[in-house]
Write a protein that binds this ligand. Sequence first.
Ligand SMILES: [Zn+2]
Length: 676
Amino acid sequence: MIDEQLTQLRQEINYHLYRYHTLDDPIISDAAYDQLLQQLRELEAQHPDMVTPDSPTQRVGAEPLESFEKVTHPHPMTSLANAFDDEDVKHWVERVERQLPAGMAISDLEFVIEPKIDGLAVALTYENGLLVRGATRGNGEVGENVTANVRTIKNIPLRIPVSADSLDFPKGLEVRGEIYLPIAEFNRLNQQQLDKGDKVFANPRNAAAGSLRQLDSKTTAARPLSLFAYAIGYVDGAEVATQGEALQYLRQLGFPINPDITVTKDFGEVLNFIHRWMEGRDQLPYDADGAVIKINDIKLQQQLGIVGNSPRWAIAYKFPAREATTKLLEIKCNVGRTGQVTPYAVLEAVNIGGVTVRQATLHNFEDLAKKDIRAGDTVVIKRAGDVIPQVVKPILDLRDPDSLPYHPPTVCPDCHEPLTRFGDDVALVCINTACPAQLVRQIEYFVSRPAMNIDGCGVKISEQLVKAGLLKDAADLYTLTRKQLLGLEGFAEKKADKLLAAIESSKQHPFDKVLTGLGIREVGSAVAILIAQRTRSIEALQKATQTDLETIENIGPSIASSIVKWFSQPPNQALIEKLRRAGLNLEIALPDVKNEGALPLANLIFVITGTLPNWSREEAKAFIEQHGGKVTDTVSKKTNYLLAGEKAGSKLSKAESLGIPIIGETELKEQVGGRK
Ligand SMILES: [Zn+2]
């Protein structure tokens, strides 16, 4: 009885995890899910002897290991031969052509093209539907047993099939896949590491590898790793004739399959796809370092066989490296909006993947000291996707023997006041509230697009206005006069009037924009919209306690405390008073859309792609959600609209092929009814 109840609960919970993490299409609320999980935990606590390895409660991690056990792969995990340009791929096809059985030509072939995700290859073994082992690739013959860690990854099924109404499980199955960290999660993880003063990861691949190879699986459980399954190692109890069928079969069992994978007969199309991915790689939600091309027919794959260590029937097209070496000219420091001082490198200009890089981040002083990076060093620079260029390491062989280690500053590089360190935090902070560098950063942020969006007030002008003593805080923008501006270098009448007009019209911007512009730690535009919607006015927000704020959806203790702290400071209260006198919107004038019956975008599912003219992704997402819509990452038949901007990549073609309507930012705003 209890046994049955437990089995059913587990299956139900695992199914909801699958809906949420693999299909991105949950059918119950988070609260309802938590309830189910709680029920299971209580039952298992009463019957500890009945806890099974496929129980979702086992996803939190097990006891730490002393070391990883070695695992011999029953079928070696071969590595693919590489192609570095179109010519290499053409030569590969010619080689395949020469090996084809009599009577077969290139035009008879089907190709499967998959983005090559820069993660960690694993083999997952299932016996009678149960996940029994997860192993890293290792050297291809022997890997490491990371089963406890693999279990914590939310989109890896612990039991297959995940959905009760789908096919039977195979007796034995080995699934091959790539474990990776999505870019957004990578950036978030690195920010967390920085905030804690821990070391940051050089790239998503390192972060994924470091997270998967943890002896304490509880650490792995805390990292948002993900899987894409890409092949069957072996299967006992099912027949698949093509790679396409293999993927389809895995998808039916409940494995996550990359939606960008494509099958085509047209070899020209293969190259087109690769180029589209290569150009759009910054738009992909994961780090792709190439594309893999496979012959679809599995019997043909077997006939073509293996040469050396690599199969003849597949090739990996490597995208050009986004690393380069150059000379580090100088280590300089930036003073941030909140006074935090961070080091960066001034570089001899270098071209990386078509972009000229002159500066790169050095993250923090601890990281810099650990890598012992020095002025004058030849260094490796890396740039990838949305990740800002960074100094990976110095090349020690090329170091000048007379060079000296770097020492962090003791005074603020701008106002020369002594720097402070808080507790065991590694960050150095300038606590001078009148520090001009901080003020420039604050103004810069206040006028930026996600905040007050004041045109004609870029970095240089913000700096000029502060240096001239015209701005002591952001509110002073609203008392600037034409005469004052005309007294500044480079300001003719036209430029002055334009700036004043932009400042004037910014007064019309809604409350959430003002709130964003205040630059409260952890309150970006998406959070500002949430808070504005709930509190409705700056008065209410000022009065809100930590507990009040934490009742708002998605607002945790850290954000809440940061808000309360900000409003408790007298200079900030004075700033609010000045902004009020200037006539800015400090409350919501619009009706509360959340309380008004049906929302304009209720039940609509959106996918966002490309660069939008005015919005960041975050802002677009917040806007859609605020009006009742939902945003998912992948285009599927369930998608109602694709919100597309410039440089839209594979999602656009996918939406086109599925006949999903494509709209722009302006159309979306019109559909909702005019809110700017
Ligand atoms: Zn300072």
